[in-house]
Design a protein around this ligand. Structure first.
Ligand code: WQD
Length: 336
């Protein structure tokens, strides 16, 4: 019998790319999403790309009764949990919104899983749990200490998962700590589609390249890095999606955290140059003041994930920018 996987937040950026990989691997999936930060057109695109239209349930996971209903209507083999608010800046302004949404939805989900004997769980965590890096590159054993409410919700959910696994040996949990996801499916039919002004670098750069915005503001040119601009471990969303499939297939008893990164850092100026090469257009940019809360460098040591998940990120920065550009240039206004 085909295993059925619940993909919460599966209409979103990373969720939709992972949904495609799951379908292509032969899984049956149910996407649960409240569409607060995603378009239903992503579901249509998944159908176009895979030839299979996934079942979609519009649901707010903070509604406990609705979550219970979902689990009474389906027999899931596992859950991959992407759903959650994820804007760092907004989380600082509206912490209660983030704690309520991200924690309640996850606890509702885990309680429904427990009640229905579903114990395979892959969680969308984040390198943000490391806060200000205690060492570079970051290992899964590096100090944890999120410094914003968004990151703290991820850290708290990780703690809940570790405690759950300690209380009941039947849980098989993987916590995937993403570094900086960028890029898009090679078809150009799905990609990152932030609402409003993009907080993240690459969608902003692509909106400048396609003419929606005037210039990239580079937050600080005096960081302690090769060229003075911030360095991050950018990972192609296709590699990241593959990492979820591998995490699902390599679930083991207990609760394990994995860094999903490449181990290769790139500066803001290197990203802008690669985006210009991929798009064939000059991308105006200017160095301005640092953004509060930023750090100079974030970099993964991915060796544990490489070994334990039999997974390794393959795509380079130019491929990330080429795929981002194909999505952006084919869909200048995203899904809207
Ligand atoms: C990357 C680099 C900026 C925008 C965030 C979240 C993290 C995760 C990934 C969810 C930095 C610089 C950016 C711009 C710029 N999200 N920059 N101009 O901050 O590393 O991580 O997204 O899990 O939780 O914190 O990503 O893309 O915002 O910034 O110069 O307009 O680009 O200073 O050096 P970040 P980012």
């Amino acid at each position: 019998m085909t295993e059925k996987i619940l993909v919460t937040g599966g209409a979103g950026y990373i969720g939709s790319h992972t949904a495609i990989k799951l379908i292509e691997a032969g899984y049956q999936i149910v996407i649960a999403d409240d569409l607060s930060n995603a378009s239903p057109r992503a579901i249509d695109a998944i159908a176009e790309i895979t030839g299979t239209k996934p079942e979609f349930v519009e649901i707010n996971l903070t509604d406990n009764a609705a979550v219970g209903q979902l689990f009474s209507e389906h027999t899931f083999a596992a859950v991959i949990h992407f759903a959650g608010f994820k804007a760092v800046g907004e989380s600082v302004q509206l912490p209660l919104k983030y704690y309520r949404n991200n924690l309640d939805s996850t606890i509702n989900l885990l309680q429904a899983m427990e009640a229905h004997g579903v114990k395979d769980f892959v969680f969308s965590s984040s390198a943000t749990v490391y806060g200000v890096p205690s060492e570079i590159p970051l290992k899964e054993t590096s100090n944890i200490g999120a410094v914003n409410p968004y990151g703290k919700t991820k850290e708290m959910i990780e703690s809940i998962c570790f405690d759950l696994a300690s209380s009941d040996a039947s849980w098989n949990i993987s916590l995937l700590r993403y570094f900086n996801p960028v890029g898009a499916h090679p078809s150009g039919k799905i990609g990152e589609d932030p609402t409003g002004i993009p907080n993240n670098l690459v969608p902003f750069v692509m909106q400048v390249a396609v003419g929606r915005r005037d210039s990239v503001q580079i937050f600080g040119g005096d960081w302690d890095t090769s060229d003075g601009t911030g360095v991050r471990d950018y990972i192609h969303v296709e590699d990241l999606a593959e990492g979820h499939l591998k995490a699902l297939e390599h679930l083991k008893p207990g609760c394990s955290a994995y860094n999903l990164g490449t181990g290769q850092g790139y500066s803001v100026l290197e990203v802008v140059a690669a985006a210009s090469k991929a798009s064939g257009v000059e991308i105006p940019h200017e160095i301005v003041a640092r953004r509060s809360g930023d750090i100079a460098t974030s970099l993964a040591d991915p060796t544990l994930a490489n070994a334990a998940l039999d997974w390794k990120a393959e795509k380079n920065l130019l491929e990330m920018m080429q795929d981002s550009w194909r999505w952006q240039s084919s869909n200048p206004n995203g899904f809207s």
